[in-house]
Design a protein around this ligand. Structure first.
Ligand SMILES: [Zn+2]
Length: 214
C-alpha cells in the first residue's frame, strides 16, 4: 500500500522529518508551508542553505528534494481537503492555534496525527489516533500565545532535531499498522533527558467519543 504522509510546516521539525521519511522509502510526501527561508531558520531547518534565503520553502523542497510541496497555510476551510485520505499527518507547525485545528481535523478524518512541538531545549511528541488521547487531552486550552511561538522563545537546533526524528519514527510506526497509545514523548536537552509519560483519553473529550462513533 502506498504510504502518503502530509507534513504541515517545513521548519525545524518538518525539515528533518521529511529527510528521514524520504530516506526510509515513504512513497509519497506532501508538504505545506507558506513561508520563505530566513537566516534565523538555517541552524535547524536542514533542508535549506544560504542560497535559499528569501525563497519560498515549498519551492525549495519541491525543486531540490523532489517532494510535492505547496505554499499553503492550512486552515479550517481547506484543512479537510489536505488531510483526508493521507496515511499520516505530521504537525510541524510553530503555533498552538494551528495545532488544535489540525488535531480536530485529523480526528474527524480518522487520519493518524503525529503532533510535534519544540522550543528552547525542550520538545514533545504525541501520536493521536481515533479514541485518543489527543492534544486536547494533554492541554484542554491552548497555552498563552506569548509563550508558544518559536520566534519569541528561541530554539536549540538539536532539540527539534530529536523531536523530528521521534516524530518520523512514530509516523513510520502508525503507517506500519501499530496505533497503540504510547503516551507523550518529552525531550529536555537542558537536562539531557528523553522520557515517555503515560497519557489517557479524557472522558468527554472529542477524541474519546470518536471511539464509539461508527
Ligand atoms: Zn482528546
Amino acid at each position: 500500500m502506498t504510504r502518503h504522509v502530509l507534513v504541515i510546516g517545513a521548519g525545524g521539525i518538518g525539515c528533518p522529518a521529511i529527510a528521514v521519511l524520504q530516506r526510509a522509502g515513504v512513497e509519497r510526501i506532501t508538504v505545506l508551508d507558506p513561508d520563505t527561508v530566513s537566516v534565523e531558520n538555517l541552524h535547524r531547518q536542514i533542508l535549506f542553505g544560504d542560497r535559499d534565503l528569501g525563497r519560498g520553502k515549498a519551492d525549495v523542497v519541491a525543486d531540490r528534494y523532489g517532494v510535492e510541496a505547496h505554499a499553503v497555510r492550512l486552515d479550517a476551510a481547506n484543512g479537510a481537503r489536505w488531510i483526508e485520505g493521507k496515511s499520516c499527518v505530521i504537525d510541524g507547525t510553530d503555533n498552538f492555534a494551528d495545532k488544535y485545528k489540525i488535531n480536530e481535523l485529523c480526528l474527524r478524518a480518522d487520519v493518524p496525527l503525529v503532533h510535534a512541538a519544540g522550543a528552547q531545549f525542550r520538545g514533545q511528541v504525541l501520536t493521536v489516533t481515533r479514541g485518543g488521547p489527543c492534544l486536547r487531552c494533554l492541554l484542554p486550552e491552548p497555552p498563552d500565545a506569548a509563550t508558544d511561538e518559536c520566534r519569541s522563545t528561541g530554539v536549540f537546533g538539536p532539540a527539534v532535531g530529536v523531536v523530528a526524528a521521534l516524530a518520523a519514527a512514530e509516523a513510520l510506526r502508525v503507517m506500519g499498522g501499530d496505533r497503540a497509545n504510547r503516551g507523550l514523548f518529552l525531550v529536555d536537552l537542558a537536562r539531557g533527558r528523553i522520557r515517555r509519560a503515560a497519557l489517557e483519553a479524557v472522558p468527554g473529550c472529542g477524541c474519546a467519543g470518536a471511539l464509539t462513533r461508527p
